[in-house]
Design a protein around this ligand. Structure first.
Ligand SMILES: CC(C)(COP(=O)(O)OP(=O)(O)OC[C@H]1O[C@@H](n2cnc3c(N)ncnc32)[C@H](O)[C@@H]1OP(=O)(O)O)[C@@H](O)C(=O)NCCC(=O)NCCS
Length: 153
């Protein structure tokens, strides 16, 4: 599948909200995504399948000094297990590296083994546990870091 990555735009919000709602127990709202469009240190991208340009995934990170903080990431349920998530995250990490960021971090639900495997494949390490972090079910958050973003390729 040929994929094109673009910066998130207002006109993409409807499509990514559908993916968001199908992907998370406590989905982001439209206004949460809208706010991100106006924060200079927030970088959101969508993955569009060519030729039709259907949105098949999205990811966003915050630039925090020299760190990349992954804050949202999902692939359309009908397009999972085809390598799209891995490719999209690789794109995001390369974008952060291009901006001069040195390391990357994220938090993920302890039960989300699929995402943790993907993050490990890209070099993230499970570093710490934040107990009862998620308010909806008191689930722990696994904190993962990739320390060598500057040397990433
Ligand atoms: C996590 C997510 C983005 C993965 O997207 P994807 O396009 O299916 O991932 P990929 O096809 O690139 O998979 C890469 C690797 O991740 C792991 N993985 C992905 N989905 C998996 C699953 N359902 N079960 C086990 N491992 C899985 C595998 O190791 C896989 O490699 P493999 O296919 O060679 O075995 C997707 O499942 C998703 O959107 N989930 C809901 C939202 C979410 O959890 N986001 C992350 C929040 S922290």
């Amino acid at each position: 599948m040929d994929i094109k990555y673009e910066r998130l735009k207002e006109e993409d919000l409807e499509a990514i909200l559908k993916i968001e709602q199908a992907s998370f127990p406590v989905p982001w709202t439209r206004s949460m995504f809208e706010q991100e469009l106006h924060i200079p240190t927030s970088h959101f991208f969508v993955a569009k399948a060519l030729p039709g340009k259907e949105i098949v995934g999205y990811a966003g990170y915050w630039q925090v000094v020299d760190e990349l903080h992954l804050i949202n990431f999902a692939v359309h349920p009908e397009y999972r297990r085809q390598g799209l998530g891995k490719h999209l995250l690789f794109y995001i990490l390369c974008d952060g590296k291009r901006l001069g960021l040195k390391k990357a971090t994220l938090e993920v639900r302890a039960s989300n083994q699929a995402a943790q495997r993907l993050y490990e494949q890209l070099g993230f390490k499970n570093i710490a546990l934040r107990k009862s972090y998620y308010a909806d079910n008191q689930e722990d958050a696994v904190i993962m870091w990739l320390y060598n973003l500057g040397a990433y390729s």
